[in-house]
Design a protein around this ligand. Structure first.
Ligand code: PHE
Length: 366
């Protein structure tokens, strides 16, 4: 259609509208249509979500063009308001539909772009996360505990700051006993001290529960020793205690032999040497064939082929009595091993001080 003609018909239409609606309505109707057409065109051209949002505000926002027109509705004659209102709503819905459609398109494009551009190069070497590791004492303690747990033992703990009563008295070490000199320690008062071994937990446990008792007690112990390659005022022990009816030395030997073989290997042999402890009778020290030379003799075992692993014995009847257990009915065995020494043997560490200096270069090796 030639443009002059189009113009002509438009005029006729406008005249017709002017007659049936009046000038204000026509103005408003045209504004709405103009907004609608312009919005549709702009929305279709927009290239990203940010601009799309700006368009949404421009047309549909609180301060947007459509809202402004709707505010002018008050000036219309009452009968025209619903008609204009409907038209305005139609325009609003139409714009909203276009906005949603375009948003979806743009989001899909963005996703496509990201999938294409942000792919992960799986051949690039990863960033290494620095990982700590357990202290050798902790690893050895866990390992030993696992062996005894496997034999049905329960892990219990006792206080580092201990009563003189549990550390000495109840273990059959009266005040005059020379054994107290060997285990000199740090006294907090006359009755309170830092425990010199994990043995006080024997009586503490007996007081608390009835046989059968089958426990191990890992923990820190203290002695007033001068520091050198084999002595430290703080070190670690694991205590073991079994109390039940008919416990004999065969049980003690069997359990400890299994333990040593599990810890150092099936071919390790054990030797039980008579010894003395006030809280066990009979008492013994247990040696194992040297972990380094296998028994041939070397620097580690001072050419003897044997290394001392732990102290043990049958629980002294007096100790059972201190724990409130009838020695005529029950018997038991106990043992105590030095964790630091075993860790050193296992890892070939020749100076106990290394375990306490917290030098990260040393600790990282385990
Ligand atoms: N408590 C003893 C020590 O520290 C070790 C031990 C424990 C010996 C239990 C016998 C029985 O030397």
């Amino acid at each position: 259609m030639p443009s002059s003609q189009s113009c002509f018909w438009t005029k006729v239409f406008l005249l017709y509208e002017e007659k049936s609606y009046g000038r204000k309505e026509i103005g408003m109707r045209h504004n709405l249509e103009k907004i609608r057409d312009e919005a549709i065109e702009n929305i279709s051209k927009v290239k990203d979500l940010e601009h799309l949002e700006r368009l949404r505000l421009k047309y549909l926002g609180k301060k947007g063009e459509l809202t402004r027109i709707l505010r002018g509705m008050g000036d219309l004659p009452a009968e025209e308001r619903p008609i204009m209102g409907r038209l305005a709503n139609e325009v609003r819905t139409l714009i909203q539909v276009q906005l949603d459609k375009r948003r979806k398109e743009l989001e899909e494009k963005l996703l496509e772009y990201r999938l294409r551009e942000e792919t992960i190069d799986v051949t690039v070497p990863g960033k290494k996360i620095e990982r700590g590791n357990l202290h050798p004492l902790t690893s050895v303690c866990n390992e030993i505990a696992a062996i005894f747990i496997g034999m049905g033992f329960e892990v219990v703990e006792g206080p580092d700051v201990e009563l003189e009563y549990y550390n000495f008295e109840a273990l059959n070490i009266p005040e005059s006993h020379p054994s107290r000199d060997v285990q000199d320690t740090f006294y907090i008062t006359d009755e309170i001290l830092l425990r010199t071994h994990t043995s006080p937990v024997q009586v503490r446990t007996m007081e608390e529960k009835d046989p059968p008792i089958k426990i191990i007690v890992p923990g820190r112990v203290y002695r007033s020793d001068d520091v050198d390659a084999t002595h430290s005022p703080i070190f670690h022990q694991i205590e073991g205690l079994v109390v039940d009816e008919n416990i004999t030395m065969a049980d003690l030997k069997g359990v400890l032999d299994v333990f040593v073989k599990e810890l150092f290997g099936e071919r390790t042999q054990t030797k039980f040497r008579p010894h003395y402890f006030p809280f066990t009778e009979p008492s013994m020290e247990v040696d194992a064939t040297c972990v380094t030379c296998g028994g041939k003799g070397c620097r580690v075992c001072s050419d003897t082929g044997w290394i001392e692993i732990l102290g043990a014995g049958m629980v002294h009847p007096n100790v059972l009595k201190y724990g409130g257990i009838d020695p005529d009915r029950y018997s038991g065995f106990a043992f105590g091993l030095g964790l630091d020494r075993i860790a050193n043997l296992k890892y070939g560490i020749d100076d106990i001080r290394l375990l306490y200096e917290n030098d990260i270069r040393f600790l990282r090796q385990f």
